[in-house]
Design a protein around this ligand. Structure first.
Ligand SMILES: [Zn+2]
Length: 262
């Protein structure tokens, strides 16, 4: 443990010296984040990791061919994307994409740069409504808009230590970052990140015309499902007990946005 801590400290020291690491104020949340990966790097490596994920799914016959389901997910995410630009203007230039992966896992994600996936398992096992799908994807998109993917990639990079460090400093070999993007997806989000994504996700969905009450129902369903062993989604999304109460408290504030967008 101590060795790992020292390694991370050394890594940070070297990165700081190289001018590559900095505390940055996130333009959306105003929160200070330690970021070791530039937005450009995060997006390029995510695009690569996404292409690999979609390719592999396709080769295994696990990319959903259900045209109606694909159209349903696309319709929902398109409405969320249309609102995302108002929250974080640079996202208007993102090359958004969503994959529906035919696996029983309860999972969904949005990488930096707008590369998204939702798994058929979470839709069918939780019997998700459009409003609830919008809440999940709104939450995931918010993680990307708020730069949380970069925070997680920075942590993954620190974990992988020297190999990645060398290639970052020496050049722009982004292929080395693709595994980092993968590892980042398996790391849990911090509690701060989760609260932020909940807060911005419910607003994004409301502005896109999706019922804020669905955010509460979604997490109730999720916590009921975790009775049979924690779903993969929860392993990367710690669910504090007060999450549902916090979302409940946000509902009345979001209702006017929802009513206006309907
Ligand atoms: Zn989350």
């Amino acid at each position: 443990m101590q060795g790992a801590t020292m390694k991370i400290r050394l890594l940070l020291t070297v990165l700081l010296a190289a001018g590559l690491a900095a505390c940055q104020t996130n333009p959306v949340s105003g929160r200070t984040q330690l970021v070791l990966v530039s937005e450009e790097q995060a997006q390029a490596s995510s695009a690569q990791a996404y292409a690999q994920t979609v390719n592999e799914a396709q080769q295994k016959g696990k990319l959903s061919t259900d045209a109606a389901l694909n159209a349903r997910v696309k319709r929902i995410t398109d409405r969320l994307i249309a609102q995302a630009g108002n929250m974080y203007a640079p996202s208007r230039n993102w090359k958004w994409s969503v994959a529906v992966i035919d696996e029983p896992t309860l999972n969904a994600w949005c990488m930096p740069g707008g590369k998204m996936a939702i798994y058929t398992g979470i839709i069918s096992k939780l019997a998700l409504t459009d409003d609830e799908i919008a809440q999940i994807m709104g939450h995931e998109i918010s993680h990307a808009l708020l730069g949380h993917g970069r925070e997680r990639m920075s942590r993954a990079m620190a974990m992988q230590g020297g190999v990645t460090l060398g290639s970052i400093i020496v050049g722009r070999d982004l292929s080395i970052l693709a595994p980092v993007a993968d590892v980042a997806l398996t790391l849990p989000n911090s509690r701060d990140s989760e609260s932020e994504a909940d807060r911005y996700g419910i607003e994004l969905a409301a502005r896109a015309g999706y019922d804020p009450h669905a955010a509460v129902r979604l997490w109730e369903k999720m916590s009921a499902a975790s009775g049979n062993g924690p779903p993969q989604f929860l392993s990367t999304h710690p669910a504090p007990d007060n999450r549902i109460q916090a979302l409940n408290a946000l509902v009345p504030k979001m209702m006017p946005l929802y009513e206006k967008a309907r």
